[in-house]
Design a protein around this ligand. Structure first.
Ligand code: PBG
Length: 307
């Protein structure tokens, strides 16, 4: 009667990794229980999630090295693995909510989220690539476009690109406060997308800053974002709360790969109670103010009836 916070299937978004080929299902070494699926197996996975009431998916592609280039051209090639996967999921499960990732890194030979020239990220030139990518994803059937790149001005640019092409109904979930975090390591293993040099500190946020998250979020809101996101979640619960208190938009939080990995590693060693730790993590992210949680725990909490 007095419990203030609840987590339900409707709050959860399940990130899924896609790999080329047929009948592939390979576990990510640093993320026990999380797999890269070929499209056929991806469809089976989506179906089994939907039977559990889990309807929202965020897709990420593992692109083979020879398809990567400086301008991430594979990201908007019509027959690319990623665009085929979006079309297949939407054709087979029209009622699934498909969230798509906009950023250059999975397709970039430099492993960065933007175009690199002489060691610098070219912000404005990158927007053109992001716009093409977002548009190709909208044509493929994406319901929500989620730019995770942190270039300045990309929400407005993508919004205009989508609107001009008649995709007014496609929403934007902006990674608005995304920090330059150590906790993305396992995700970069999953996609083989680690930067080939340098780091992402010139475009992702300084973990020491809280007020800057407000600046970033307000800009994205003014540019037309439909959701604001804070990422990672656990080391940034104060930021989730701050954003929640300063917007009427829905707030999402990304319970990232490193947060998943450290919990699972401790569970494997018998150092934590799995059910208790996972439900406490998800509840705390909801309590801080997130309505949507992107989490690798999404399926297991429903399968085990832990919510
Ligand atoms: C890159 C991207 C990253 C994640 C989502 N999109 C990693 C990065 O910025 O290097 C991380 C997600 C996770 O760690 O679970 N555009």
């Amino acid at each position: 009667m007095v419990q203030e916070t609840h987590v339900s299937a409707a709050n959860l978004i399940f990130p899924l990794f896609i790999v080329d080929g047929v009948n592939q299902k390979t576990e990510v070494a640093s993320m026990p229980g999380i797999f890269r699926y070929s499209i056929d197996n991806l469809l089976r996975e989506v179906e089994s999630c939907m039977k559990l009431g889990l309807n929202s998916f965020d897709l990420f592609p593992n692109i083979s090295e020879e398809l990567k280039d400086k301008y991430a051209t594979e990201s908007h090639r019509e027959e690319s693995l990623y665009l085929r996967a979006i079309r297949e999921v939407k054709n087979n499960f029209p009622e699934a909510c498909v969230i798509t990732d906009v950023a250059m890194d999975p397709y970039s030979s430099d492993g960065h989220d933007g175009i690199v020239e002489n060691g610098e990220i070219l912000n404005d030139e990158t927007l053109v690539v992001l716009g093409r990518m977002a548009l190709a994803q909208a044509y493929a059937g994406a319901d929500i476009i989620a730019p995770s790149d942190m270039m300045d001005g990309r929400v407005g640019y993508i919004r205009k690109t989508l609107d001009d092409a008649g995709f007014k109904h496609v929403s934007i979930m902006s990674y608005s406060a995304k920090y330059a975090s150590a906790f993305y390591g396992p995700f970069r293993d999953a996609l083989n997308s680690a930067p080939k040099f340098g780091d992402k500190k010139s475009y992702q946020m300084n973990p020491a800053n809280q007020r800057e998250a407000l600046i970033e979020s307000r800009l994205d809101e003014a540019e037309g974002a439909d959701f604001l996101m804070v990422k990672p979640a656990l080391a940034y619960l104060d930021v989730i709360k701050l954003i929640k208190d300063n917007t009427e938009l829905p707030v999402a939080a990304y319970n990232v790969s490193g947060e998943y990995a450290m919990l699972k590693a401790a569970v494997q060693k018998g150092w934590l109670d799995e059910q208790h730790a996972i439900t406490e993590v998800l509840t705390s992210i909801r309590r801080a103010g997130a309505t949507a949680i992107l989490t690798y725990h999404a399926k297991e909490v429903l399968e085990n009836k832990w919510l």
